[in-house]
Design a protein. Sequence first.
Length: 423
Amino acid sequence: MTVFRPFAAVRPRGDLAEKIAALPYDVMNTEEAREMVKGNPYSFLHVDRAEIDLPEGTDPYSDAVYDKAASNLRKMVDDGAMIRENAPSYYIYREQMGGRSQAGIVGCASIDDYLNNVIRKNELTIAAKEADRIRHVDTCDSNTGPIFLTFRKNAAVENLMKTTIETKEPIYNFLSEDEVRHTVWKLDGAEEIALIEEEFGKIPCLYIADGHHRTASAVKVGLKRREQHPDFDGTEEFNFFLAVAFPANELSIWDYNRAVRDLNGMTEEEFLARVSASFDVEKIEGPYGTGEEELSRLRPTEKHTVAMNLGGVWYHLTVHPDLYLGKDIVDTLDVALLQKNLLAPILGIEDPRTDKRISFVGGIRGLKELAKLVDEDYAVAFAMYPTSMEELMAISDEGKIMPPKSTWFEPKLRSGLFIHELS
């Protein structure tokens, strides 16, 4: 049984939602965040990246930054930019981008479901990144950014969402600077709330699509609060964390591409010879063009194929079948096959999480970005065929872990539209 309950949100005043809503804290650095908030004192980056309101050079992990985040959040509520709901509700949050649409239910998931593997994981987390969000959540006494969850089909929940979208007026409806439309509907009727709670109770499990570090951090703050309140009964807000749960059929995973700075001491000819041992290599005749529309024809169109830019020349790589037939599901992922048969043995990238020679590029930036990197200061780049939602869920069901940077989701959930207070 999955627990997914309504909550009394802190959320933007209607006329300020567009100004407050911000991209997640971890898709930018401090300098980029400073630039993004220019002329916008309402941006939620003042909470999620509070170092931007302190002198340049401030350690982003210092006490001052977490204290500033908490004070900025309190100020937004005290000044009326954010309002505090009086009663628990759910919300529908829909994002539309480039002809695609995804809509999910906003509510609160259970830390016990995470601990008991009802909420299933597929990535490892890094302690330092967890520690940052633990301090942020604990100091702000709030979950400030939603976790991106998904679940297999539930007709009743999807029908309620469809009916609401078609018949109700939204509380927010705005176009963000990256041309994504964000629309939110409030679900506060007793029957609506009861239906969602009941139907989620029938869903056997939820899957983390994006936000493993934020989830682990939220859970650890909840456990810390339990130690501080040994008489807890499980209903307290610190036992739950903010999430948006999307039907899996609403989502698609983008490619998560790779670029490497050098050829590990080899010439291009030596490198291609090594690659040919595990991949069929086909040179794609140019000219390739420089626009994304022109380059899109080079994208991999099926599993076990990779598009490679080597010194400005594009190639199609096809994995030899003996490398994946009969293998474990994780070992059949294209990102795993590239890592195991090319990045590690040929280019010497043993740990892609820590090696400074490799960079990862979200698929939304396109093959144009990969060509640009190779043209400037990278030796080779790889455009991947995306991991599928079914692969993500199957790996999670088996309790296994995907390689680093296996999935990229777009559009990104905005922070600041919903805050879940822990006390």
